[in-house]
Each structure stands twice: as C-alpha cells, then as structure tokens.
Design a binder for this molecule. Sequence first.
Ligand code: ATP
Ligand code: MG
Ligand code: FE
Length: 350
Amino acid sequence: MLGIETTCDETAAAVVARDSDGKGRILSNVVRSQTDEHALYGGVVPEIAARAHVDMLDHLIDAAMREAGLDYAALGGVAAAAGPGLIGGVIVGLTTAKAIALVHDTPLIAVNHLEAHALTPRLTDAIDFPYCLFLASGGHTQIVAVAGVGDYIRLGTTVDDAMGEAFDKVAKMLGLPYPGGPQVEQAARNGDAARFAFPRPMQGRSDANFSLSGLKTAVRNEIGRMESVGEQDTADLCASFQAAVLESTADRLRVGLDLFKQRFGAPTALVAAGGVAANQAIRGALDDVAQAAGTRLIMPPPALCTDNGAMIAWAGLERLALGLVDGMDATPRARWLLDANASVPGKFAN
Ligand code: ATP
Ligand code: MG
Ligand code: FE
C-alpha cells in the first residue's frame, strides 16, 4: 500500500506491507518537512504549504517506490489522507492518489488523517480492540475509545486549544523557533519545573475534557511580569509549563480510562499517538497512568507519531482488509470528525 500525507506541512509518502500474520512492515517512509518555508512566519501558511506539496509530492512518491524496490504494478492500493487539514494540501494529495489509482488500476482508499494517527500503534504492535487512545497533535486533543476500524467513540476533547498548539504558542512567546513542541521539550530539560506554579486545567473534573488556553495565558502573563527573559528563565518557564501539561494530562486520562471501563470494560492498552506523543516526558507520565489503571502503555516511535506516510498506508491496509474502498468521487475535507458516525457525538470539534 502506497500512503500519501499532505494535510499540513509535511509532504510524505511511504510503502507499507501487511504480512500474512497481520503485522505491518514499512518498506519505505519518506517525509519532507516544510519547516524552512514557514519558519519566517512562525507558523504554517496554507497557500505556501499547498504549493510546496505540489512541488515535492511526485518526487517523494517516486523516492518511496524506489526505496521499497517496487513497481507501481505491484501495489495493492493507494491511500491518501483526505482530511481533516489545510484544504489546498489535501486536494494535492488526494488528486495525486486518484491519478495513480486510475492509471495503475489499483484500489483508492481515502483515509481520515486522525484515523491514521489512531491506528498507527497497530502497525508496530500486535494490539487488539478495544483500546483507549490519547490523541494529541497540532490540531486535536482527544481521548477516544477505539472499538474497531472505523468505530471510534470520543470520551473527552479539548474545549479550546489543542495540546500541540499550546506547545507551539508558548514557544513563540519565548522566541523559540517553529515548530515549538520539540523546542519546549528541549529547553525544559535544563529547567526548574517548580519555579512557576502554573494552573493544572480541569483537574478533578468528572468529565475527561481538556483545556489549554488558560495555561497558555498564565505563561504569557508570567513573561509579561519579567523584566527580561534570560536563557534560564526560558528553561524554567518551559519546564513549569510542561509539568502543568503533564499533570493535567495524567488527571484527564485517569478519568478517561474510568469512563472507558464503565462503557467498554478493560482496554487492551492505553495508546498515545499524534505529534505531542513524541515528547519523552509525556511518555513517562503516561506510563504511570497506564500502570495505575492496570493496563499497558503503547506508543509508536516518535517518527511515526508526527505526520508521515506510513500511518496513512497502514490505515489504508486496515480499511482495504475490510473491503472499505473509495471511488473517484471521494472528496477532500477540511473538517472531518473521527467519530462522525458515533452513537454519542462529542460536543466540541477538537
Ligand atoms: P493534526 O494531526 O491534529 O491534524 P498535525 O498533523 O499538524 O495536526 P502532528 O504532526 O500530528 O499535528 O503533530 C504536530 C504537533 O506536535 C505540533 O504542534 C508540535 O509542536 C507537536 N510536537 C511535536 N513534537 C513534540 C514534542 N517533542 N513535545 C511536544 N509537542 C510536540
Ligand atoms: Mg507538521
Ligand atoms: Fe497529524
């Protein structure tokens, strides 16, 4: 399965095989990040992103096929992220996938980018349904019961900013380069997490929702009170911010796992995915939560947490195995809820 990812600022293509025992095997996984194009603006500029996808995608697909040592005729299908994301980029990826499917007479699978994040742990670990997913990325922060392929029930979500977005905004306030998540994590390593007493949003609430904008504002206010922000101040601010995120996340996940057990019984695992799951400190915090809940923690390696083509190819393989194939009328979607057909629709879009 060829997988194509163009929903944000990563142009990516990958080839993934599914062995007879059901396990995934990554034959190639090529990612080109557009960091340089957007760095000047401190964030992703949609039109620049779309043009960069047009420039790069053909070359990346070619590279992925060559690295996999495959001819197009050998493909069992082509999958593209059809949303949610920046619509210009989504159109580039989906249209390219349609062309390949038509020319090489192979099935097209239009994948939900969030579903791909959600299923990635099954690419690397033999994990059965139902599992409890913590999805934290640039645009989303959710606790989801993954009951099967295409069967997702949202248990909690952010009521304001996404977690990755909060990391990016804090980095921007501190003058750290884009993208900010890894920068904040790096700076926090040398910082004192106890220096600033930032709020632990939603702590103790009986629902499993998140909130991050108040915490972000608390960091901004603290910076505003300082005469100048030196290197140690930056490290301490990052460490204190990250500690607040970790504690709040652990608290929200404890509630989420309880809600999960009440509705679905014991999960096979607690699974974390999405760009924020690349954060090593978060990994440690989640380990404790999983242990306390009597389950195990599974996290894809960092390179499969941030956007990539392998996760799209894998979601394509999972859907193809169930006969879920799309036609040439598949539409690119800027918004696309993961649990659009769920029995209990969530209140918030994030
Ligand atoms: P979505 O998946 O919601 O559509 P996206 O695809 O842009 O959004 P991802 O690529 O999955 O998001 O993740 C990128 C986000 O993850 C960014 O906000 C980035 O700052 C954050 N991130 C990446 N690495 C880390 C890290 N080490 N610590 C914290 N955040 C991180
Ligand atoms: Mg990105
Ligand atoms: Fe993503």
